[in-house]
Design a protein around this ligand. Sequence first.
Ligand code: ZN
Length: 215
Amino acid sequence: MEEIALADALARPRGWIEVIAGGMFSGKTEALITRLRRALIARQAVQAFKPRLDDRYEANFIVSHSRLRIETQVIEQAEDILERLSPETQVVGIDEGQFLGGELAAVCCRLANEGRRVIIAALDLDYRGEPFEPIPRLLALAEYVVKPQAICVACGHPANFSQRLTADARRVVVGADGLYEARCRRCFVPHPVPPSEALKSEAILESEAVKEAVK
Ligand SMILES: [Zn+2]
């Protein structure tokens, strides 16, 4: 009886999650494309997805800064992958995972539980150097994580942070050229906080000052 259960388990395809997480210019999209191309060479059925808001270069391809590219489907959110998925797909590639919404980790787990290899490239930190949800959750659930480093343009050391060079306070500003540069921990300067949040933190400081005074 137990032997039959074990044989069943061994016969099922084995899935897992790989995350390539890093800052801008760390080569994470290129790493994703390389892994997908190798899967294609191995004659595995591959499907690739990316969020709509990334419209740089070409709409229906994932393209790295060095112009390496692979055909892809454009989606609005992670759940769309489940609708677009072909039953025979063995390897699922996802670029710019940080823009695919709160269900990303759940969708990737489902794909992996069904026996698929899931590879996600994503920014793990936003422009202020804060964890970029939902990527922290995905990192925890993944079997394999790599964090490629860019090169700090200020000092030449490995760089984990994306320095925004404009005053735009939105979390998502797409199209990295000229708007961001790679910086190491020492050279990274968190972007000035937008006025509303500055007011909020001032209010917190004030209320703490009041608490101190009351003591
Ligand atoms: Zn540096």
